[in-house]
Design a protein around this ligand. Structure first.
Ligand code: SF4
Ligand code: SF4
Ligand code: SF4
Length: 252
């Protein structure tokens, strides 16, 4: 069974309780986020509506990021979360280009260029709690549970209110299926800016390329590892050199 989230865009009021709860639960540094609320204005005056879309990693069933990573720094776990291991990451940024949702963001101010992304609160979930963002939402816009149950719930909501929702659960099939599912009253691609994806994950294409060019892939990984360790070593040496303060000669 795969854990998932159902985000009902029609219930979100853009309060950001989820983004702040995420930062607090995961010690996310100031100025950085694992999830954000994107705002889309729909219609023209006087019939304008605002739509708030909670965006973060979609924990794809077949993640393109993981298939593009040559060193296994991104892995899909059995329960659904796609997790990141900074100890393995060599900063090559392949995942950034592979992800159809533009999720992996590099910490450019960090010389070792590590990524920051939602991990589905994997430690909280392993400890029996739900994801912090889902628990914090005061309007019931985020539901956490088994993917099959949430898909059934989404279709029940659409059938109960066909005038309220578009007849589409985004993430049911897109990109081979996502663990973050969305309901909306507006079409997803336009005006809400969701990428239009087929039913197949881009991961399959990545795997074909990697399998077809193992020497290139391994060579790139080794070259980038070399750059990584050179930069790391240089920083270690630099940090060990204590600053020297020259006092003026008082006897002169
Ligand atoms: S949304 Fe992007 S980063 Fe998240 S699992 Fe899918 S491909 Fe990977
Ligand atoms: S699941 Fe956890 S890490 Fe992901 S957005 Fe929600 S609170 Fe943040
Ligand atoms: S806490 Fe709920 S209502 Fe508030 S921004 Fe997040 S998803 Fe929307």
């Amino acid at each position: 069974m795969t854990k998932a989230m159902l985000i009902d865009i029609t219930k979100c009021l853009g309060c950001n309780a989820c983004t702040q709860a995420c930062k607090a639960a995961n010690n996310v540094p100031e100025g950085m986020f694992r999830t954000k609320i994107e705002e889309y204005e729909v219609g023209t005056f006087p019939t304008v509506s605002l739509n708030f879309v909670k965006s973060a990693c979609k924990h794809c069933l077949k993640p393109a990021c993981a298939s593009a990573c040559t060193v296994g720094a991104l892995q899909k776990t059995a329960d659904g979360p796609v997790v990141y291991d900074s100890q393995k990451c060599i900063g090559c940024r392949y995942c950034m280009y592979a992800c159809p949702f533009g999720v992996p963001k590099f910490e450019w101010h960090n010389q070792l260029a590590l990524i920051s992304k939602c991990d589905f609160c994997v430690n909280r979930v392993d400890g029996g709690e739900g994801p912090a963002c889902a628990q914090a939402c005061p309007f019931g816009a985020i539901t956490y549970g088994e993917r099959d149950d949430l898909l059934a719930e989404a279709h029940t909501r659409i059938q109960a209110r066909p005038d309220h929702y578009v007849n589409h659960v985004y993430g049911e099939r897109e990109g081979g299926g996502l663990s973050i599912l969305y309901l909306s009253s507006e079409p997803f691609e336009n005006p809400l800016g969701f990428p239009q994806l087929g039913d197949t994950s881009p991961a399959y294409a990545n795997e074909e390329v990697m399998h077809a060019t193992p020497t290139v892939a391994v060579g790139m990984a080794l070259a980038l590892s070399g750059i990584y360790w050179t930069v790391k070593r240089r920083n270690e040496v630099k940090n060990r050199l204590a600053p020297v303060t020259v006092e003026p000669n008082k006897e002169a």
